[in-house]
Design a protein around this ligand. Structure first.
Ligand code: SER
Length: 590
């Protein structure tokens, strides 16, 4: 059974059960800064799980594009992926445990013909707040499952969500496929990672809302949220050993063999990383809300994917740009299901080539220097932060890539030291820029302070007009004006310039207070602050908030109230380099 057939069967089955198919949402979450990418089908449904009426009804199903980067270091083994498709069905306050479990069971055994004996399930054993899932247990029992096939676990295994810090969540029942492998010990069960049990489907009974103060309050409506990884179920149904052995990857792997001249057998780890990361990059760039490679947020993950692929291709002996060829195969394989990939094909290919070219220019010398540094660091066991920073700054090596290369030689990287160098460097370049423009005075005048704040407002307004692909590519402030560079493939129209100006002026007129809080970068990101992604290891940063209009990590300084800006005007909009626009703007009554 092919993945395409499976996808269709799943949707058709749930349609016969009264569900409406909804389209896959963007990989870049809308109005939700708690995660960088859509990680599950329920993500775009949060407001509806909390009680809002969904226009398509109370029973929904779909196949959702997802990216999870938590296990990026595991990619290369038989089962881990960063990008995957999730099949899901939902009840928004309609059916609950019994119907949900019965439908899952019927689909797996009757439609996918998985034998009853190959299935084992887990349930929530309860804790001080939430009782043991006896109801779920009774349903599985009635389907012929004995106590040897039903396992109870705690929050770690059988509680799902919320996806961010707050939101809908609940106990779940997970369905596993028993591979037939011997138990690895007397305690071996679905929670064991030995490989005997493969998780195939998760049914979450979302009846709680986690509040900001950490309480679990019962939701007015009881929901069901299920998710089944398409690659995983295709692998199981076709008795394959690895998701990479399913037909979803056949053509991609053949292409990698062609461009490298090497065989998959014997090079599995590198081939899988190349295949997975290229597929993920194509889906990020091919999304209608695409981001481009950068040093922040989703753009940074994308950059890491592409640069990691470059490195492994090098290791396989390739010394020219070939990722776009692999990317084309991904587009061809998926364009029938995700038509945005075909629509955005040129953009995907152009961005991949751009990133690959930039990195390939320095990668050879970078790898040589990295190996030299790491070789020297072996006796000490740690690579100094300054060295990792040099590789980042001079050769474009993301910190994680250096860590990975070092790790292969059992060398650690001083991440703290790297962060310190990073911050010092930022301060130096800021001081340098100010010196250049202000004849040596590196202080913050009232005027530059106002322009700093205006820059935040400008970035927020641009993101509201053009979407979240906009980010600060470069910024420079003199006593007279601000300058802001951002990615956009075309000139802004007069109307767009006016719209951005009026948005900023409205905020100025609203006389909003600017507040500053200190927190770790992780906390800042959880709160949805824009900012530098690299300095993320526990280091404290300042987050400046302007009403609900803007939230950014920044060293400051800023004005106390937006009214101090008086007025905002864009004086120039021009090209800065290919794909990058530059705005010059002023504040004050002109
Ligand atoms: N949200 C649940 C999960 O991701 C079910 O889809 O496992």
């Amino acid at each position: 059974m092919t993945a395409n057939e499976l996808r269709t069967m799943f949707i058709d089955y749930f349609k016969t059960k009264g569900h409406t198919q909804i389209p896959s949402s963007s990989l870049i979450p809308e109005n939700d800064a708690s995660v960088l990418f859509t990680t599950a089908g329920m993500h775009p449904l949060v407001p509806y799980l909390l009680g809002e009426k969904h226009p398509a009804g109370q029973r929904l199903c779909n196949c959702q594009k997802c990216i999870r980067t938590g296990d990026i270091d595991e990619v290369g083994d038989a089962s881990h992926l960063t990008f995957f498709e999730m099949l899901g069905n939902w009840s928004l306050g309609d059916y609950f445990k019994e119907e949900s479990i019965r439908m899952s069971y019927e689909f797996l055994t009757k439609h996918l013909s998985i034998p009853h004996e190959k299935i084992a399930v887990t349930l929530f054993k309860g804790n001080k707040n939430i009782p043991k899932d006896v109801e779920g247990y009774e349903v599985w029992k009635s389907l012929g499952f004995g106590d040897d096939k039903i396992f109870f676990y705690g929050e770690h295994e059988n509680w799902w969500g919320p996806a961010g810090l707050t939101g809908p969540c609940g106990p779940d029942t997970e369905i596993f496929y028993d591979s037939g492998q011997e138990k690895c010990g007397p305690d071996c069960g679905p929670a064991c990672r030995c490989g005997k049990y493969v998780e195939i489907w998760n049914n979450v009974f979302m009846a709680y809302n986690k509040t900001a103060d950490g309480r679990y309050e019962p939701l007015a409506q009881k929901n069901v949220d299920t998710g089944m990884g398409l690659e995983r179920i295709t692998c199981v149904v076709n008795h394959k050993k690895s998701v990479y052995d399913t037909e979803l990857f056949t053509k991609i792997i053949e292409k990698i063999e062609e461009v490298t001249g090497k065989r998959y057998e014997g090079n599995e780890k590198m081939f899988r990383i190349i295949a997975d990361h290229t597929r993920a990059s194509v889906f990020i760039l091919g999304d209608d809300k695409a981001v481009t490679p950068s040093n922040v947020d989703q753009g940074y993950i994308l950059r890491r994917f592409i640069r990691r692929v470059c490195r492994y291709l090098r290791q396989l002996g390739v010394d020219k740009n070939v990722i776009q060829e692999i990317a084309c195969v991904v587009v061809d394989e998926y364009k029938g299901i995700y038509c945005e990939l075909e629509k955005n094909r040129e953009f995907v290919i152009r961005e991949i080539i751009k990133e690959e070219e930039t990195f390939n220019k320095t990668i050879s010398s970078g790898i040589k220097i990295a190996n030299k540094y790491i070789e020297e660091a072996r006796v000490r066991g740690t690579l100094e932060g300054a060295m990792a920073f040099k590789l980042y700054d001079t050769f474009g090596f993301p910190l994680e890539l250096t860590m990975e290369i070092a790790n292969e030689q059992n060398v650690k990287v001083d991440v703290e030291g790297f962060n310190q160098k990073y911050v010092e460097h930022q301060e130096k370049s800021r001081a340098g820029a100010e010196q250049k423009f202000k004849g040596g005075l590196a202080d913050h005048t009232e005027e530059t302070t106002r322009l700093h704040t205006a820059t935040h407002l400008l970035q927020a307004a641009l993101r509201k007009v053009f979407g979240e692909t906009i980010y600060q590519k470069g910024s420079n402030i003199t006593a007279e004006r601000l300058r802001f560079d951002f990615p956009l493939e075309r000139k802004m129209t007069e109307e767009e310039i006016k719209e951005v100006e009026s948005m900023v002026n409205e905020v100025i007129e609203k006389e909003l207070e600017i507040t500053c809080e200190e927190m770790t970068v992780d906390e800042a990101k959880e709160k949805g602050a824009l900012g530098v992604f690299e300095a993320k290891y526990g280091e404290k940063v300042k987050v400046y908030t302007i009403g609900d209009f803007s939230k950014e990590i920044c060293g400051g300084p800023h004005v106390k109230n937006t009214k101090e800006l008086q007025a905002f005007k864009i004086i120039k909009e021009e090209s800065s380099s290919s794909g990058i626009r530059r705005i010059k703007a002023v504040v004050g009554i002109q």
